[in-house]
Design a protein around this ligand. Structure first.
Ligand code: NAI
Length: 462
């Protein structure tokens, strides 16, 4: 009976490993199956964590070049890129080892290899078969590819290859002005690359509030980014040390060429379900290849569940984690729940961009009558002291009830500031609740309070 479990989770990314720990906490006997040598999935190994290490290091370097002198700091800095990659690797190792520790602490059994659903209540890993009451698919997502543009992870790279470049390219072309393109573009722009971003739509960061995206584009341009919006890449030709892209207006027209040392393809991600045995098991996928689940993460096959990037919703680590917790609680007989209306999104650039809830465009499309309050970091004492005054906070509240419906921040520490809005929204709070909450001075958070005051037209500092 050694291989008999209550729950078997395939994939130990943020969704899978968090689900495993929560299920074990609730007294369930848990197995996980992972084919990668280390736990943590894309996020810890080739995504969120390594990119944040490079963003942090490159931002400090950029500050040493552009901000130190005026603060009265004299320093000669230069980039040792191999060492920067070591720094990144240490961040990965520290985090993945942390999961090993947590699995041991929670007595979770780890199977190494590719998990295949071998029938009801059965998962095979190589020659071993696991008997389990429930199976959870937490296999995540993979890089979306573009027809005719083959990723070799050397000259034409995905985010994975972009985190492993041998040297800083002199020129970097990025296909896709989404989160990955702008974060990794920021890393290399700061380290000296000339970055050109080619985006199919007429704006960057689709899905984010348009006013924020416009302001962000201007700031990135000041940092040296070049944008080709409303453009599509139709071909890529590789020479020894250059790639030449054929770029056409999205609506059709005269093509032009853009050459770069390295091309990053960042046009989204697709659910990863290959080799799982889903077809044989009869598990239904939707028209976008995602595992179809109900509100309790159950697939159409009893005993098989799915969470994270492989199902509907934003492909975000924290969304997957919360789904993992909710599903573990449901399987333990509790009432697990995820509030999809309050999932923050953060772009970890400088300045950061963060949002929770509805954008102005969404509220308009839904015909909601709303009020907007906006406050510029330019008028915030702490931002002025730090000379990080780019950006603003915008709060959108229901015109009648004053309930906060969306908060959008571009500015210093936006990715941290957004959580006071998330907590407020989780409790159904109003702009006035936020405006009347005492905020310490001098903090960047005061900009959030002032934006809340601005909803009622009574901001003090603007
Ligand atoms: P994305 O969906 O954020 O952006 C892809 C961009 O590529 C879009 O602007 C899209 O219009 C554009 N695009 C698509 N096809 C194109 C084409 N043929 N030519 C030119 N442009 C094209 O996807 P991205 O940046 O690859 O990220 C993948 C996923 O990973 C997203 O779901 C994202 O939310 C997540 N992620 C989140 C991060 C964060 O939360 N900080 C960091 C990195 C990734």
């Amino acid at each position: 009976m050694a291989n008999q479990f209550d729950v078997t989770i395939i994939g130990t990314g943020p969704g899978g490993y968090v689900c495993a720990i929560r299920a074990a906490q609730l007294g369930l006997k848990v197995a996980v199956v992972e084919k990668r040598a280390t736990h943590g999935g894309t996020c810890l190994n080739i995504g969120c964590i390594p990119s944040k290490a490079l963003l942090h290091a490159s931002e400090l370097y950029a500050e040493s070049k552009h901000a130190f002198a005026k603060m009265g700091i004299k320093a000669e800095t230069s980039v040792d890129f191999p060492q920067m990659l070591n720094f990144k690797q240490e961040a990965i190792d520290g985090n993945t080892k942390g999961i090993d520790f947590l699995f041991k602490k929670n007595k979770i059994t780890v199977f190494r290899g590719t998990g295949v659903i071998a029938g009801p209540g059965k998962v095979s890993v190589g020659s071993e078969v696991i008997d389990t009451k429930s199976i959870i698919i937490a296999t995540g997502s993979d890089v979306a590819r573009l027809k005719g543009i083959e990723i070799d992870e050397q000259q034409i790279v995905s985010s994975t290859g972009a985190l492993e470049l041998k040297q800083v390219p002199a020129t970097l072309a990025i296909i896709g002005a989404g989160v990955i393109g702008l974060e990794l573009g920021s890393v290399y722009a700061r380290l000296g690359a000339k970055v050109t971003v080619i985006e199919y739509l007429d704006r960057i960061l689709p899905g984010m509030d348009n006013e924020v995206a416009k302001s962000f584009q201007r700031i990135l341009q000041k940092q040296g980014f070049a944008f080709r919006l409303s453009s599509k890449v139709t071909a890529a030709a590789k020479a020894k040390d250059k790639v030449t892209l054929t770029v056409e207006p999205a609506a059709g027209g005269t093509p032009e060429s853009i050459s770069a040392d390295v091309v990053l393809v960042a046009v989204g991600r697709i659910p990863y379900t290959a080799g799982l045995g889903l077809e044989a098991a009869g598990v239904k996928l939707d028209n976008r290849g995602r595992v179809e689940v109900d509100d309790h993460f159950a697939t159409n096959i009893p005993g098989i569940y799915a969470i994270g990037d492989v199902i509907r919703g934003p492909m975000l680590a924290h969304k997957a984690e919360d789904e993992g917790v909710a599903l573990a609680e449901i399987l333990a007989g509790q009432a697990g729940h995820v509030n999809y209306g309050v999932i923050p999104g953060v772009v970890y650039t400088a300045p950061e961009v963060a949002a929770v809830g509805k954008t102005e465009e969404e509220l308009k499309a839904e015909g909601v009558n709303y009020k907007a309050g906006k406050f510029l970091f330019l008028a915030n004492g702490r931002a002025k002291a730090n000379q990080t005054t780019d950006g603003f906070v915008k709060i959108l509240a229901d015109a009648k009830t004053d309930r906060v419906l969306g908060v959008h921040i571009i500015g210093p520490m936006a990715g941290e500031l957004i959580h006071e809005a998330a907590v407020l929204m989780e409790f159904g709070g109003s702009a006035e609740d936020l405006a009347r909450t005492c905020h310490a001075h001098p903090t960047l958070s005061e900009a959030v309070k002032e934006a809340a005051m601005a909803v009622a037209g009574r901001s003090i500092h603007s």
